[in-house]
Design a protein around this ligand. Structure first.
Ligand code: N01
Length: 550
């Protein structure tokens, strides 16, 4: 273990949930480690995304670490879906409970990560031009951590505040009595709009593509506790009325079921086909899922993700809900998506469609009224001028590769990651990339990551990496790198499994379609979490097949 100043065995970039757990494991293994974090605190996504209404759409009893039984037992979630502030509190609790902050250098942005073949190490340079070296490097930089700020015409002309949901200010933003414009209607806007409507004088929603969303039916967990469910005892199935004590009493089994699932979470998948049941049965299943709320809606039938006709039955159900919930038929029409449901990530909301019945909201369809430019006091479309006090950009992220490309990452022979991935990311298992030895990515492209319950996926990745470290130490190896052949096969497999999946059937950030000039390729692994874990385990059990270890 190296102890020299500015020389580490392991550098971890990012102190979100991936960075924190990597650090915990490194400390446990007594590895000489440093975490570098741009923010002034831990939490990653939950540090930055503080917009009103921000919360997780994975249930809180599942969206948490499982590496420590004590941590799992002692932490009390207060709502079915935790708010951003509660998740951030949890992240800080974890950091303090396991003394993580002492190894994190905050307020520091990594600018370059360059491999030096002659020393078999990485040279990391930060925004203060400080340089350190490390044998191993873990990129725990997140999948949705670089915001997409489109190059709107004359954006700098607007003389009042422009906010982005992904970098929302830490201090309270006062929208009371203000005329506010919001551009974008993805998951972030869908959570934000029903909250800020309570405060603003008038809200103008600028929509390019309508998004499918289902009600969250969020509730305090104390209320749920009074209910009797069989959740953790059932080998299959699941009731959204999570009963905290029961889950905690059977947490191990509960987590195991998530490990063996498609999305790393206990989700009630109905094994029936939407096309093989009666019309009445289909409607009643959808109604039941709608009533219970949350992402389980998309698991209402087993064929919604692969059969377009089956998918259409679910899409049509939601379209009819929009029609019944939104009073003004013209507004309802604009809010109604036409593409398959689940292609863009299904959003989960609290009163999103109902918000459009309020007197102080206007929906602007950018397809019939395209944006022209920002002006000093508002936004101008080709039809109207909207006077605004504040503009909110809910325009999403340069997902999965954006943050990696913002850092100058160079592997063997000075090959830049950005150049290597110019036609789309190329990884082996989403964890490593050929020509970049001792370099790991957590929840990288080619791993299930954003299609799963992220904390569970993160723990699996980190455990795999640290098992690999153990293997290398035991076998006195100093370098591990994906072979080109293994990488090519994995990339091909990724594309093969995505071809018929609904997720690749429209333009979305999964495909890089939201960023001008970005390669159009389906980035996360859509073959299912359990299959992915099986593959990772097979690789490690076979002495890291597909890797070159020296
Ligand atoms: O971003 P998005 P997001 N002109 O990319 C529009 C996670 N998340 O921040 O669809 C006009 O989904 C764009 O329009 P279009 C979750 O994984 C999780 O909402 O490209 N409009 C779209 O409407 C999610 O998927 C939670 O036509 C423009 C919107 O902006 C991911 O984050 C909560 C535009 C962007 O939607 C991203 O969600 C929130 C332009 N030039 C987010 N450019 C949880 O609950 C873009 N748009 C865990």
């Amino acid at each position: 273990m190296s102890q020299q100043k500015n020389k580490y065995d392991l550098i971890i970039i990012g102190a979100g949930f991936a960075g924190m757990y990597s650090l915990y494991k490194a400390k446990l293994a007594q590895i000489n480690v440093l975490v570098i974090e741009k923010a002034s605190g831990v939490g990653g996504t939950w540090y930055w995304n503080r917009y009103p209404g921000a919360r997780c759409d994975v249930e809180s009893m599942q969206y948490s670490y499982q590496f420590s039984k004590e941590l799992q037992d002692e932490w009390e979630w207060t709502e079915k879906y935790a708010t951003q502030s509660e998740i951030l509190k949890y992240a800080n609790h974890v950091a303090e409970r396991f003394n993580l902050k002492e190894n994190i250098k905050f307020n520091t942005e990594v600018k370059s990560v360059i491999y030096k073949e002659e020393n078999n190490n990485w040279v990391i340079t930060d925004n203060n031009n400080k340089t350190i070296t490390s044998t191993f490097c873990i990129m725990a930089t997140g999948c949705l951590s670089t915001i997409n700020k489109p190059n709107f015409k004359n954006i700098n002309q607007f003389s009042r505040p422009i906010l982005h949901t992904g970098t929302w200010p830490h201090e309270k933003v006062n929208l009371k009595g203000k005329k506010v414009g919001i551009i974008g209607t993805g998951s972030s806007a869908i959570q934000c709009i029903p909250e800020i409507i309570k405060e603003v004088d008038h809200l103008y929603v600028f929509q390019r593509t309508p998004h499918y969303t289902v009600p969250a039916r969020n509730r305090p967990l104390k209320y749920i506790r009074k209910k009797i469910t069989e959740i953790a005892r059932k080998p299959q199935g699941y009731d959204t009325n999570l009963y905290v004590e029961e889950v905690k009493a059977h947490y191990k089994d509960f987590r195991l079921r998530a490990q063996n699932s498609v999305a790393a979470m206990v989700l009630p998948i109905n094994e029936e086909s939407a096309l093989e049941v009666s019309k009445e049965r289909r409607k009643s299943v959808y109604e039941d899922r709608w009533k219970k709320g949350g992402v389980p809606f998309i698991a209402a039938f087993q064929d919604l993700n692969f059969d377009r006709d089956a998918n259409e039955t679910a899409a049509e159900f939601v379209r009819n809900k929009i029609k019944s919930l939104v009073e003004d038929s013209a507004t309802a029409k604009i809010l109604t998506p036409k593409y398959p449901i689940g292609c863009k990530r299904l959003a989960v909301d609290s009163n999103y469609y109902e918000t459009f019945n309020k007197p102080n909201i206007s929906l602007i369809d950018l397809n019939t009224e395209p944006l022209d430019e920002f002006v000093s006091n508002g936004l101008s479309t080709f039809k109207n001028l909207y006077e605004l006090d504040v503009i909110i950009l809910a325009t999403g992220f340069d997902a999965m590769t954006g943050t990696l490309f913002n850092i100058d990452i160079q592997g063997k022979n000075n090959i830049k990651l950005k150049d290597k991935w110019a036609d789309g990311p190329k990884t082996y298992l989403g964890l490593t990339t050929e020509s970049f030895p001792n370099f790991f990515i957590i929840s990288g492209p080619g791993s299930p990551s954003v299609l799963t319950n992220m904390i569970v996926s993160i723990e699996q990745h980190v455990n795999w990496i640290f098992d690999c470290f153990k293997f290398m130490k035991k076998n006195k190896k100093s370098s591990i790198e994906a072979s080109l052949q293994a990488e090519q096969e994995w990339v091909k497999h990724n594309q093969d499994v995505s071809v018929d999946h609904v997720r690749s059937s429209c333009s979305s950030w999964y495909m890089g379609a939201n960023i001008k000039g970005k390669a159009r390729i389906f980035m996360p692994y859509v073959g299912g979490y359990a299959n992915y874990v099986k593959k990772c385990n097979q690789v490690s059990q076979n002495n890291y097949e597909g890797f070159i270890i020296k």
